[in-house]
Ligand binder design. Sequence first.
Ligand SMILES: Cc1cc2nc3c(=O)[nH]c(=O)nc-3n(C[C@H](O)[C@H](O)[C@H](O)COP(=O)(O)OP(=O)(O)OC[C@H]3O[C@@H](n4cnc5c(N)ncnc54)[C@H](O)[C@@H]3O)c2cc1C
Length: 254
Amino acid sequence: MLCSPLTGAYSPPKRMAKQIAEMLIDSVTMELPDTKTIRLKWPEGYNPDFKTGQFITVYWPDTPAYKRAYSLSSCALDRGFYEVTVKRDGKMGTRIVDWAKAGDKLWVIPPTGRFLPVFDPPGKHLVCIAGGSGVTPFRGFVREATRRQLDTRITILYSVRTTNDIIFHDEFKQLEQENEHFDFYVTCTRLHTDDPWTGRRGRITADWVKEHIHDPANTVFYACGTNELVEATEHLVLDELKLPKEQMKTEKWG
Ligand SMILES: Cc1cc2nc3c(=O)[nH]c(=O)nc-3n(C[C@H](O)[C@H](O)[C@H](O)COP(=O)(O)OP(=O)(O)OC[C@H]3O[C@@H](n4cnc5c(N)ncnc54)[C@H](O)[C@@H]3O)c2cc1C
């Protein structure tokens, strides 16, 4: 069903793309024991104009005042559905991860936001810094760049507690095979010392980020996740690397 965001009244189809819509959960995928992707099917006549990297806001029909934002983990080339990937957290996160199932319905406020990949002009290097579930919008970035065969270089620097916390591990590894311009690096902050992981350990540091920058003037930095991670990245880019704020895009989740 499609309703006006302001009045809740039914509106004719011509403005559907801007409308809040009730959507069926088409399928659910457990990415990790505490993280679930839900696919929301667009209702008939819904054909929005939106961009990869934007977020939707959702609420359950029985609790319309309780709304939460989720970055699209699908991309703008995916038509007919939205995907969001949610971590079990407080009220909404727990309800989605533990209870949401195919056939349930959620209300969806259309995509918005400016956390957008710079694909134009071509040839940019996007350095995407994420912690935990903050990696979700970057799946959309890489998916779109890979499908469009863009020469945009994308590097994800991803901090997780342990190897069991890497969301989309297999998918990113597959995308690395398909897209020579994409690299996926993980650092684990809380691994046991005798864990066999041979990758990097410890928090994201300025030195680690600097290792992946080859042409600072042509690099755009993205940081997504907790305020702490985003602010530390801002400090690095703006104060340490002394790059202009036009080269830094952030999405703070609180
Ligand atoms: C633009 C944007 C995009 C986002 N995208 C994503 C995404 O892709 N995936 C994702 O998982 N999240 C995303 N978020 C975060 C998301 O919007 C919610 O903030 C998150 O799911 C938590 O909401 P909640 O209702 O589950 O938690 P809330 O109930 O609001 O609780 C918030 C926090 O407080 C804690 N808390 C609650 N009550 C108590 C209490 N009584 N005592 C102690 N602690 C308490 C909870 O454990 C939780 O950590 C995004 C946020 C923004 C702004």
